[in-house]
Design a protein around this ligand. Sequence first.
Ligand SMILES: [Zn+2]
Ligand SMILES: [Zn+2]
Ligand SMILES: [Zn+2]
Length: 120
Amino acid sequence: MREALDGTDGFISAQALHSALHAGGSPIGLATVYRALGDLAASGDADSLQSPEGESLYRACSTGHHHHLICRSCGLTVEIGADEVEEWAGRQAAEHGFTRAAHVVDVFGFCAECSARLGG
Ligand SMILES: [Zn+2]
Ligand SMILES: [Zn+2]
Ligand SMILES: [Zn+2]
């Protein structure tokens, strides 16, 4: 499953990955794809996030903490670091006495290409 994810550029839903695998001739079932992606995300071998529509999306990312810019039209994904966010999140947690704080910050929008195609 990790290989299938590696073959995609951006975040992809279990359903879309299942369709792609089927188109490639794989008889794998949708439930199996869901379970495999969930396992990859749980073990840290894949990133997962919720789209603004509430759909779970997955991607084989670089390891280490990072954030994402995701195009809502074509799915283009850019991994971004965000020092300001790390600092801000750490400070907020400390001020409220939270330890072992983690955060998820992903930015959804339209990439430059899609923006141009859609007329801004
Ligand atoms: Zn990632
Ligand atoms: Zn795009
Ligand atoms: Zn961060």
